[in-house]
Write a protein that binds this ligand. Structure first.
Ligand code: FE
Length: 346
């Protein structure tokens, strides 16, 4: 084995242990074409070292889909493949099933799903710790018990979300329970508002991030929000790009407000996009103390908006309150239970 494959196998073996893969279980790796073939090989080797059964299911690439549309995947309309994956205990998703009805069907069948699409150096740097789970579950409880979430920033944001109708999105980087989906690497929690329950103004500042464009904003964008939908997008060049992109879907549901939460991964780096435009962007999404604002679907949390237009919009230096209680102040977490766990000296 090459040094890198060796290193991959040992890191993925740690990940499979976090996912509680047992020797009596079966792990499937879902692939398409030759993309991330090294990951597939390393996961299969790691699973057999654990003593579990494993197989790779390789599908042809998606027909007629652009790379920026979520929900249409190589599994779409491939019933035999879906039924086959349902029999696995853990599916390693290397093709991006996120926001597809097939992913929800697998979760309903009790399958654990782990998405792995980031470059290896990002996975290595942001690799989950068991203490991350406790911190993310703490954030999840805060969100679950809150009725109102408010975000402000110095650029002029002041927006309120009514909460309580939908479950909380909890990502700590490993899928260790039946039906659980997670993303390697990760580390954040997010809620989605009650139907129609978002009002206010969001001003994304220069330097905030615009996914899936993998772009830092060059100037502010001001979004006016009424009853859960964006009604106005103002600003310069970046606002024009955002408007055009959303319009191209020709879908009024694309203007809906999606999940909102804050990042807790202190190993994430805001500047990582500057070095690698192939990253999916978990650095920005899980960045410690960010506010992850987003537009589009809420179907992954049980809502009925499944628009394929999804924008994740991480914002730095925001302040966030739950029912008036300060949680994040100017981009820093103020609650001890969610601060990074310091390494213990022997
Ligand atoms: Fe998202």
């Amino acid at each position: 084995m090459t040094v890198e494959l060796d290193e991959m196998v040992s890191l993925f073996k740690k990940e499979l242990a976090l996912c509680k893969l047992k020797p009596t279980e079966t792990m499937a790796v879902l692939t398409s074409g030759e993309i991330r073939a090294d990951y597939a090989k390393a996961f299969l080797t790691a699973a057999s070292q654990i003593g579990a059964n494993a197989f790779e299911l390789k599908l042809p690439p998606v027909k007629n889909a652009s790379k920026d549309t979520f929900g249409i995947t190589p599994l779409t309309d491939n019933r035999v493949a879906v039924e086959c994956l349902k029999k696995a205990d853990l599916v390693i998703d290397l093709v991006l099933l996120l926001f597809s009805k097939e992913q929800l069907e697998l979760q309903d069948a009790g399958v654990r799903i782990l998405l792995v699409v980031e470059p290896f150096d990002v996975i290595k740097r942001m690799f989950p710790k068991e203490s991350d789970k406790e911190r993310v579950l703490y954030a999840t409880e805060l969100l679950r018990n809150a009725k109102e979430l408010r975000v402000t920033n110095k650029a002029g944001t002041d927006v309120k979300y009514q909460l309580g109708q939908y479950p909380i999105l909890t990502e700590y980087g490993y899928a260790d329970e039946p039906g659980r989906w997670d993303h390697l690497p990760s580390c954040f929690a997010a809620a989605t508002s009650n139907d129609g329950g978002v009002d206010g103004i969001v001003v994304m500042d220069k330097g905030d991030i615009f996914f899936p464009f993998n772009r830092y904003l060059q100037d502010p964008i001001e979004l006016t929000i009424k009853d859960g939908f964006v009604t106005k997008i103002e600003g310069g060049f970046d606002a024009m790009l955002m408007k055009e992109y959303i319009e191209s879907f020709n879908d009024p549901r694309a203007y809906a407000i999606s999940h909102i939460g804050w990042g807790l991964n202190e190993r994430a780096q805001w500047h990582s996009l500057a070095f690698d435009d192939q990253v999916f962007g978990m650095d920005g999404r899980a960045f410690y103390g960010n506010v992850l604002f987003s537009l589009g679907p809420n179907s992954e949390l049980g809502g009925n908006n499944d628009t394929p237009c999804h924008l994740d919009l991480p914002m730095k230096n925001c302040t966030l309150y739950l029912d008036g209680k300060l949680i994040v102040k100017d981009g820093d977490i103020v609650i001890d239970e969610m601060k990074p766990v310091k390494p213990q000296h022997a």
